[in-house]
Design a protein around this ligand. Structure first.
Ligand SMILES: [Cu+2]
Length: 664
């Protein structure tokens, strides 16, 4: 469906170039230094001018996303410091009630590609909630329903889309049909627990009409506040002595724009409004050479399906990156110095785009700091009582995602031993369903046969069951782009009669040939280890060099395979997928997960069953966890960590942290 309009752009692009020159001088200091640097504010303005002057833009254009359109991988790998590089932007926009995608050449001032394929599945935006509020608060049936709840003053009532689910109902086909709830924010900072349960508006955003109002039950608002400001909490506990960590001589890492050098590690990073922290060109430098470990890593989707049968909960499932990152104003939220990151951290701003196309500064979107955990990196006490041990120092690259009620820390932790940890810390507020019963005892008495699908976490508030799935796209390039997936299967072996043992365990390695074989899960009773290897590069002892993807939280979907909530995020069916590198395959649930039908992304791509043996391959790893809320989550959840690690296996000839000094 794509059609290039570059050909008839000549005159307009010249105008755009003029604007580029003017704006660029103003923002000269922020010129990109590396082909993977994020778009500067000047480049955002250039993107806007190209669109405005192209003849494609309508007066109602809403910009949903602007990010770097990365140069081809071969160009980035061949690029050397000081050389020129291309600058392109990828834009998602909405106009005439239709989503579009454009690729812009920021230097030529032209549109390279213009696609209308997103149709109605464009990313959500702030206008959705405005339309829903306006339609519902002016709807006679809704007004009647509010009257039954004693509400006549709508000043602090807001309605919002509670899902963008798609279940292939006739009314949903070709339309953007959403379920909406309303909350009362009067007297509170947070309206999280103030949803009017049992009252649902079903709205067609495409035609901007209320399809129907479901007034199922009048359930009073819960009395409990969701409040955890310093005022609300009151006096803090008394801690006798302070702790402080300082680096009086500054950090030991070196920065060159968005490129980082720390001990043996080299990498580049940027903050993308949708993908968050994008880590690129992760290399290990030893005294002889610089070795590539990973071309790129970033989160590709964050999916949170809820699990409760009532309206509108039964529809609730959120694609926080692909559907909501524009609503959140970009996926990164500002980091607080001293609490979100240590005082001594280095903070980085990023550039985002407002719906008007105007660039905005995202303050403290990422931080980088060295950490002393108090843990050793390695140790041993020999028989003679001599102890050798070394203290560990980590390098942490961090951002915070605030996805509506939830907050997620995302850490890339570089270890001195050649491992890279990817960690997600979940905090924020549980989604709560208000019920008539005050607690579980009362609920069992009032309706003995009714399942709660959650747990009481405060009076009249049931924290609703749900799962979290984080898909990471890991373009590992272990000592080069040609890699393969080796699966080490652990299994029992029987020993012949006469052996003192009847059994042992061993591992058997298969190098997998294609995408279907590479859909993997590991279980406690059938454990397997996954290594991305370079089949052409022997390690120190004959086995190919490799990095293992290990130690993760590996929940997969618990839903039936004909459930749309599962099918719309098919990546949640497996822990690991491996695909050949394709720059058009960036998002595990597809580029446009909002109200899309089903089966997009990994399940569809891998049906082609392409070769992954000795190819440039991408590993997709899903970190998952199922969450039954608990009272201790209220009113704000203690940070709960989930993670995985990329760990060298036969990449080095010995412990690569052997040479670290005693003091961290
Ligand atoms: Cu949760």
């Amino acid at each position: 469906m794509g059609n290039s309009v570059g050909g008839f752009m000549t005159k307009r692009s010249l105008m755009a170039l003029g604007v580029l020159v003017l704006v660029a001088t103003e923002f000269l200091a922020a010129a990109p230094k590396h082909p993977l640097d994020h778009l500067t504010a000047a480049e955002h303005w250039t993107a806007y001018e190209i669109l405005r002057d192209s003849g494609q833009a309508e007066s109602d254009m809403v910009i949903l996303y602007v990010g770097l359109h990365e140069p081809p991988k071969s160009e980035v790998l061949a690029w050397r410091h000081g050389e020129d590089f291309r600058r392109e932007a990828i834009v998602q926009l909405l106009q005439n009630n239709q989503g579009y995608e454009a690729i812009l050449d920021l230097e030529a001032g032209t549109i390279l590609d213009w696609r209308d394929t997103p149709g109605q599945s464009y990313m959500r935006h702030s206008g959705d909630d405005e339309i829903v509020s306006k339609l519902l608060l002016n709807d006679d049936e809704m007004k009647e329903a509010f009257k039954r709840r004693g509400v006549t003053d709508f000043s602090h009532i807001g309605c919002y889309v509670t899902n963008d689910g798609y279940f292939d109902q006739p009314e949903e086909r070709g339309n953007r049909v959403v379920r909406a709830s309303c909350s009362n924010g009067h007297g509170r900072f947070s309206s999280q627990s103030r949803r009017y349960e049992g009252l649902v508006g079903i709205v067609n955003l495409t035609t901007q009409t209320v399809l129907r109002v479901l007034d199922l039950d009048v359930i009073p608002l819960a009395p409990q506040h969701v409040a955890f400001s310093a005022d609300a909490i009151g006096p803090t506990r008394d801690i006798k002595t302070p702790i402080s960590v300082t680096q009086s001589m500054g950090p030991s890492f070196e920065l060159d724009g968005q490129s980082v050098s720390w001990q043996n590690w080299r990498f580049h990073f940027r903050v993308d409004p949708r993908r968050g922290l994008v880590l690129s060109l992760v290399r290990w430098m030893d005294d002889r050479e610089e070795r590539m470990v990973m071309y790129q890593a970033s989160m590709s989707e964050l999916y949170v399906p809820y699990s409760s049968p009532q309206e509108p909960w039964v529809y609730q499932s959120f694609f926080d990156l692909g559907s909501f990152s524009n609503v959140f104003g970009g996926i990164a939220t500002p980091l607080e110095r001293g609490t979100d990151c240590p005082d001594h951290a280095t903070f980085f701003d990023a550039v985002n785009v407002a719906e008007s196309g105007r660039p905005t500064n995202l303050t403290r979107a990422a931080c980088l700091f060295e950490r002393v955990s108090g843990d050793p990196a390695w140790r041993h006490m020999d028989g003679d009582g001599v102890i050798e041990s070394r203290a560990r120092r980590d390098l942490v690259l961090r951002m915070f995602i605030t996805a509506g009620n939830y907050d997620y820390l995302l850490d890339y932790v570089f270890l001195q031993n050649g491992s890279l940890q990817v960690r997600i810390g979940a905090s924020g507020i549980d989604q709560m369903r208000t019920v008539k019963a005050a607690n579980a005892t009362e609920a069992r008495r009032m309706s003995p046969d009714e399942e709660l699908y959650g747990r009481f976490i405060a009076p009249h508030l049931v924290g609703v069951n749900h799962s979290h799935f984080f898909s990471f796209r890991l373009d590992l390039d272990v000592d080069g782009t040609s890699n393969a997936l080796a699966v080490d299967r652990l299994a029992t072996t029987r020993l012949p009669d006469g052996s003192p043992r009847t059994s042992l365990w061993n591992f058997h390695t298969d190098v997998l040939k294609n995408e279907l074989e590479a859909k993997r899960q590991t279980t406690i009773d059938k454990p397997e280890f996954w290594r991305i290897i370079n089949p052409e590069t022997p390690g120190p002892y004959g086995d190919p060099v490799g990095y293992q993807i290990t130690g993760g939280n590996q929940a997969t979907t618990l839903l039936a395979d004909d459930d749309f909530v599962r099918r719309r995020a098919g990546f949640t069916e497996q822990t690991l997928w491996v695909t050949p590198f394709n720059p058009d395959e960036m998002f595990a649930a597809g580029a446009y997960p909002t109200v899309h039908a089903a089966d997009q992304g990994l399940p569809t791509w891998t049906k082609k069953n392409r070769s992954i043996d000795d190819e440039d391959i991408v590993a997709w790893y899903t970190v998952g966890f199922h969450h039954i809320p608990r009272p201790e989550d209220f009113p704000v959840m203690p940070v709960s960590w989930h993670s995985f690690e990329l760990r060298p296996v036969g990449f080095f000839e010995r412990n690569p942290a052997l040479d670290i000094p005693k003091a961290p």
